[in-house]
Design a protein around this ligand. Structure first.
Ligand SMILES: [Zn+2]
Ligand SMILES: [Zn+2]
Length: 104
C-alpha cells in the first residue's frame, strides 16, 4: 500500500514538471518582426534560402542584377556581415523563430 502511494506521488510530480514546460517558448515581443517561415530558411548556412548562394549558385546572377551582391565575399551584399556588421541584425530579424526538428 505504501509503495502504491509513493508511485502516485511520483506520477503527480512528473505531471507538474510537464505542465511547467508547456509555456510558449517565444516571447510576445518577437511577433512584431517579419520572420520567414522555416521552409524559406537555409538552416545549414543560416541565410534566407532565396539568398543562399552556397546552396544554389544560380541565385548569383539575379543578386548581381539587383545590385545586391558582394563580389569580395561572394554573398548577397545585404547579408554580408563582413562588409556591414549590421547585416547580422537583419539576418536575425528574418530568421524563423522555430527551427524544424529535422534541420541540421
Ligand atoms: Zn545554404
Ligand atoms: Zn562583403
Amino acid at each position: 500500500m505504501i509503495r502504491h502511494l509513493t508511485l502516485c506521488a511520483l506520477l503527480l510530480a512528473g505531471a507538474g514538471v510537464l505542465a511547467a514546460e508547456d509555456k510558449p517558448a517565444t516571447p510576445a515581443e518577437a511577433a512584431k518582426v517579419e520572420h520567414l517561415k522555416s521552409d524559406q530558411w537555409c538552416w545549414t548556412h543560416d541565410l534566407p534560402k532565396d539568398k543562399c548562394t552556397t546552396c544554389d549558385r544560380k541565385l548569383i546572377p539575379a543578386l548581381k542584377k539587383s545590385k545586391d551582391w558582394c563580389g569580395e565575399h561572394e554573398i548577397a551584399e545585404s547579408l554580408c556581415v563582413k562588409c556591414d556588421p549590421k547585416a547580422k541584425e537583419r539576418i536575425a530579424a528574418l530568421r524563423p523563430t522555430e527551427k524544424p526538428k529535422d534541420a541540421k
